[in-house]
Ligand binder design. Structure first.
Ligand SMILES: *Cc1c(COP(=O)(O)O)cnc(C)c1O
Length: 365
């Protein structure tokens, strides 16, 4: 067998599907040595006694056995903690990213489309791309509110199989108008997934409306609540939909350690809620301090991050300046036309936020 580089690249070019070859892999920047405010993580771990209890529980983990394929105990906990209506079913994913993938795999095909808004959560487009589904991105308005008329027109034109709307939206942090969203749900020919990844910071939800629309599904994750390392997401909605998506779920997608650890954490919701409450308070403080800087336009947020705009042409310099000062955030400038000159910072601990602010004031704004 020949092993020279050109023969290998020819072989890859021949056999890897063209749409996949065109993609670039999701890039996670190296944060070593930096204050990490780029990924919407909760900065807090647990008190030592909780860590000890959790470690003790892990002694019982049967790593030689496959996990419970239906994660029944965990689903019961989630139903209670997330207030899932009794007549709704629950489907779990290895992160909500995997749930998006299951939905798209079950619905993709020639001429079928996924509709969302731009700027929105990047995984909707990415997963549509690699599962062979057309992505329709309807631009938000300049103030990042939902352009309901444009969405309704796009629904009429493209008849999308599935619509994803994040509530609150990432990367903009705002909640869309609920009545507009209900019009969209009513007009959608297929299914509408409301992605409530930031529910813990938002104070509003579509959960009580699940029973009112047969094509509404609701997605949550424990990632932004402080358990990003576990990889656990949840979809709630009519059993008939979820039974179909369950067919493309790999049998043991929620591993033993995740099931045990998530069950444990969800028995201590007071601890998680206290962290979330702290982050919400610190978000208000950070927002006020950023607003006091004349050079910034700061967008109000119902999530655990804040999007802000610097003067034209300065986003890259600010991003690099912060990084040089030891703070990693996310530069959104090139992501979307509407995000020109925008950056996004995750709300960290009070100390991390102060370090960010101090570094920010030293940048050339
Ligand atoms: C972070 C995020 C997710 C992904 O959550 P995981 O459960 O960690 O995969 C989904 N949707 C939105 C809008 C997010 O911001």
């Amino acid at each position: 067998m020949k092993k020279d580089a050109s023969s290998l690249s020819d072989r890859i070019a021949q056999w890897i599907k063209p749409p996949i070859r065109k993609l670039s892999a999701y890039h996670v920047p190296d944060a070593s040595g930096l204050i990490k405010l780029d990924a919407m993580e909760n900065p807090y771990h647990w008190p030592q006694d909780k860590i000890d209890q959790w470690l003790e529980l892990l002694r019982s983990a049967e790593l030689n056995r496959y996990p419970d394929p239906h994660a029944r105990r965990l689903k019961d906990r989630l139903r209670e903690v997330m207030a899932v209506p009794a007549d709704a079913a629950i489907l779990l994913g290895n992160g909500s990213d995997e749930i998006i993938q299951m939905i798209v795999m079950a619905m993709s095909g020639e001429g079928r489309s996924l509709l969302s808004v731009d700027p929105g959560f990047v995984m909707y487009r990415m997963i549509a791309d690699f599962c062979g589904m057309d992505y329709i991105g309807v631009p938000l308005r300049e103030d990042f509110s939902l352009d309901a008329e444009a969405v309704l027109a796009a629904i009429e034109q493209h008849q999308p199989a599935v619509i994803f709307l994040a509530y609150p939206n990432n990367p903009t942090g705002n909640l869309f108008d609920k009545t507009d969203m209900q019009h969209i749900i009513a007009a959608a020919p297929g299914v509408v997934v409301v992605d409530e990844a930031y529910h813990a910071f938002a104070g509003d939800s579509f959960m009580p409306l699940l029973g009112e629309h047969e094509n509404l599904l609701l997605m949550r994750t424990v990632s932004k609540m402080g358990l990003a390392g576990l990889r656990l997401g949840m979809l709630a909605g009519a059993r008939q939909w979820l039974d179909e998506f369950d067919k493309v779920r790999l049998p043991y997608n929620i591993n033993v350690l995740t099931q045990l650890s998530a069950e444990f954490a969800l028995q201590h919701t007071a601890m998680l809620d206290a962290q979330t409450q702290q982050i919400r308070q610190d978000r208000a403080e950070l927002y006020a301090r950023m607003q006091a800087l004349d050079a910034l336009t700061v967008f109000s947020s119902q999530a655990n991050f804040i999007l802000f705009r610097v003067v034209p042409g300065k986003a890259a310099g600010v991003f690099e300046g912060l990084k040089a000062a030891g703070v990693l955030i996310k530069n959104m400038h090139k992501a979307e036309p509407l995000l020109r000159d925008c950056l996004r910072v995750t709300v960290g601990t009070a100390g991390e936020n102060a370090a960010f602010l101090q570094a920010l004031t030293k940048c050339d704004l």
